[in-house]
Design a binder for this molecule. Structure first.
Ligand code: SF4
Length: 353
């Protein structure tokens, strides 16, 4: 098979086996002239930057039920979007999502630009997402390379250079296969092949449209590719969070700095998160009682063990850090997951009503 034949065989397979995804136009509908909704493609791609298709489905349904188009999302309250985003992680992405929605809705007449370069000018859209939106929503011949695609290319061409060093070569190989006809479906087909057939541990080569051309399969090394340099273990960081409640029921919360982890999110005042257990740094004077339970949470680059302290604070207290949020204005759903876990552990002991 030549490269064009590889793509044709893959598209033929995709026409019969494409995954049904809520943001996707099925191949038969595409052939009948239906076009994908760029809003749905963009939203799903931003969500997929950090989690799996299975996890994104629910978030996608909730978002589109509440904000069915770009204009609705652009007009949403920031805190409502952050609340729906909780659990997806990387809150900077949720903030960029809103910024992007507002630019597209209010400055671009509600229409996403249709090419990669212009898409990359928008907040939260990097090279990968721009290529994915341009290919999927606008059928541009862009090459979309994620982990699935890298794995498939490493196997198809038996690339033995370990990741991440092999990335540029794998991207170039993927680009060579991108056709001018139906590039959007081709991009989705390679991803589907990686997700459903050419899976990480035991590829189902017998079902693969590329079986007769696959170099790794011919050499019996498919399941060993792609090779990777050994991963560094994630470090564990330690911190202490302080859950303080005033006599009138208000909660002492602190907004995190805009840049950095959980940037701009509300949370419990806490110490820095360091590799050695930190010294106490309560946000207000008082009797801070330690809880036996601690929060365990894993971020992309480290595990966190967060010890908890609780205190009942007098009505006239002046905190050194943070600000009180009245009991009726406090919504645990506005907190990022790690802070909500702290609340769930402490609520029984400090009174959550
Ligand atoms: S033949 Fe097997 S290893 Fe090769 S691309 Fe297909 S599923 Fe992957």
């Amino acid at each position: 098979m030549r490269d064009g034949e590889l793509s044709a065989a893959l598209l033929d397979w995709y026409d019969r086996h494409a995954r049904e995804l809520p943001w996707r136009v099925a191949p038969a509908d595409g052939a009948a002239g239906k076009r994908p909704d760029p809003y749905a493609v963009w939203l799903s791609e931003v969500m997929l930057q950090q989690t799996t298709v299975a996890a994104v489905r629910d978030y996608f349904h909730r978002f589109t039920a509440r904000w069915p188009d770009i204009a609705a999302l652009a007009s949403a309250e920031d805190s409502a979007v952050m609340g729906e985003w909780a659990g997806l992680g990387y809150y900077a992405r949720a903030r960029n999502l809103l910024k992007c929605a507002r630019i597209v809705a209010f400055e671009m007449g509600g229409r996403f630009p249709g090419n990669r370069e212009a898409l990359m000018e928008l907040p939260g859209i990097g090279p990968y997402t721009a290529a994915a939106i341009a290919a999927i929503a606008f059928d541009r011949p862009e090459t979309v390379v994620d982990g699935n695609v890298e794995r498939v290319m490493a196997r198809l061409f038996a690339v033995e250079t370990p990741l991440p060093a092999a990335k540029p070569d794998l991207a170039a190989l993927a680009a060579r296969l991108t056709p001018l006809e139906r590039p959007g479906d081709h991009a989705q087909a390679v991803m589907d092949l990686g997700a459903t057939i050419c899976t990480p541990r035991s590829p189902a080569c017998g079902l693969c449209p590329w079986l007769s051309r696959c170099a790794a399969q011919a050499r019996g090394i498919a399941a060993d590719l792609p090779r990777r340099l050994p991963k560094k273990a994630k470090p564990t960081r330690h911190g202490i969070a302080y859950l303080g409640r005033r006599a009138d029921g208000a909660w002492l919360l602190e907004r995190r700095p805009e840049s950095g982890l959980l940037g701009g999110m509300l949370g419990w005042p806490s110490t820095d998160w360091a590799e050695t257990p930190p010294a106490e740094a309560p946000p207000a004077p008082g009797t801070w009682r330690p809880l036996e339970a601690e929060v365990r949470h894993t971020f992309t680059h480290f595990h966190l063990r967060l010890a908890l302290r609780i205190a009942h604070l007098p009505a006239d207290i002046a905190p050194e850090r943070g600000a009180f949020v009245e009991r009726h204005a406090f919504r645990p759903s506005d907190l990022p997951t790690v802070m909500r876990k702290a609340f769930d552990l402490a609520r029984g002991q400090i009174g959550a009503g």
